[in-house]
Design a protein around this ligand. Structure first.
Ligand SMILES: [Zn+2]
Ligand SMILES: [Zn+2]
Length: 259
């Protein structure tokens, strides 16, 4: 085995022209971000939310977390019916536990039993630039990026190969350059544009990213205001339903068509 799959659930930024919000699902069970329309995207792509056992939250903004109450209430219902299987691990920055409890209470009131379900079924882990864990035989680590609030990116590696980097909401910064310089096979990154002190833009990736990633790295743009046409072989627009497959024993990757 040496297959890593990344399913694009959505590519839209906080403010966008109707795109599904940015998120992806790794190996069918590791969710990266929980945007407001999470359940809609999962259902549309016929993905089973019960398979999700680990969630990475880059930062505590609503476009990355407001799907959690709806995932939680669906899992709570399945617990009542005896059809749920998974305890849930949520990785996030300082304050993640209180944030999840606050948004779930705001969604369904403090008396709703799904609040107690969180206490019984969710394990919270605080991430930092030192965070490391194993997942499906891969090394998972986090790195700082520079956004309005404390925010982290995610890196998956195997056998000293950098396979996948997720560069969440950030301005162009030294940490982004470091990750791109390490030339991961696939990068999924903020190309929102707009205020350059808050988000990276497609033109910055072209001007500053391509010279340091080289020809083996494919950068997918996400957290977009609108989709863009491919203008360079190494930069693509992430599309909902697309499955990116990295075969890391045979060192090749390919991209499937969107559903
Ligand atoms: Zn965002
Ligand atoms: Zn944000």
């Amino acid at each position: 085995m040496g297959i890593l799959t990344i399913k694009i659930l959505g590519n839209g930024g906080c403010v966008n022209n109707g795109l599904p919000y940015s998120a992806c699902l790794i190996n069918g069970h590791f969710l990266v971000e929980a945007p407001p329309d999470l359940m809609v995207s999962l259902k549309k792509l016929r993905l089973d939310f019960e398979k999700i056992d680990t969630i990475f939250i880059s930062h505590l903004h609503g476009d990355h977390t407001f799907g959690l109450p709806f995932l939680i209430i669906n899992k709570w219902i399945n617990t009542l019916q005896g059809t749920t299987s998974t305890p849930l691990t949520i990785l996030g920055p300082q304050g993640i536990e209180q944030h999840v409890k606050t948004v779930t209470e705001a969604a369904f009131s403090s008396s709703h039993p799904c609040n107690a379900w969180i206490g019984d079924n969710v394990l919270f882990k605080i991430i930092s630039a030192d965070f490391e864990m194993k997942l499906d035989g891969l090394s998972v680590s986090c790195f700082d990026v520079q956004h309005i609030v404390e925010t982290y990116g995610l890196l998956l590696s195997a056998n000293n190969q950098k396979l996948f980097a997720y560069i969440s909401d950030t301005r162009w910064c030294q940490e982004v350059e470091q990750v791109l310089t390490s030339q991961p096979r696939i990068v999924l990154m903020d190309m929102n544009g707009g205020d350059p002190s808050i988000h990276v833009s497609l033109s910055e990736v072209i001007e500053k990213g391509l010279p340091i990633t080289g020809s083996d790295t494919i950068c997918y743009g996400t957290h977009l205001t609108e989709e863009f046409d491919t203008i360079h072989a190494n930069i693509k627009c992430a599309k909902q339903g697309e499955e990116i497959v990295i075969d890391y024993e045979n060192r090749k990757s390919n991209q499937g068509a969107p559903d």
